[in-house]
Design a protein around this ligand. Sequence first.
Ligand SMILES: [Mg+2]
Length: 264
Amino acid sequence: MNELGALLIDIDGVVKRGSTLIEGSIEAFDIIKQSGVPFLLITNNSTKTPEQLSKEFEEKGLSIEKEKIFTSAKALVYALNSKKEYTKKALEGVLAIGEEGLLSELKQSGFKLETELTQGVVVVGLDSAFNYQKLVKAMRSIEQGALFFATNTDRTYPTEEGKLPGAGALVCSVVACTGKRPVLVGKPSKIFFKAALSALNLRNSNIVVIGDRPETDIRMANKNGCSSVLVLSGVTTQSELNKLREKPSFVAKNLLEAVKKLIY
Ligand SMILES: [Mg+2]
């Protein structure tokens, strides 16, 4: 492989599972940091802020600066600022279905959060307090002309206790009652990839994506002409490998094994 340009490393199922670090993660980052290869931790999960995630890692003995963490909430802000039409609508107000990670990113970026109806923008991310009233507001806002964005469409996400419904399950309920499809800003969208590279201040050159989910991580790599490593520490099992639609450059047991193959 040519010299590594940068590593985009998925978080859930690669670095951690729920709030537990996956075996070898600390050693893997020691190797990456020593090598000097630029890296960014990427996640479709918009519930936590980079600050919260960085602190969580720190408590487990893994030091990752918040600037090295890129969430789908950040990709949303990048998307809203990327097109005049989006920016204009977003400045009218944003009805955000989501948690702290999404809400604070929007506020910090100067967008006004709506709690009632808006003709601006509706964004749906993972929200453990999602309910019928929120669905009503999202539906009515979109019917009145608000643009519809989704942080991601992951059907589930892995935790220590097994899978839980992901943002995709919530997004589907809004699609069902409006008949509208959202603009996706999370992986595997091109906008997420572009936004992540811009956060790293890099162009697309020898980027390697390391992830556990073929339809998001590996698909994003394939769509953008990057190499990729599929790790088996998350949602994908060994027995699923022969029926993958999105093929990675190679498969590794976990992040540590992937990093050793890429860097040594
Ligand atoms: Mg993952």
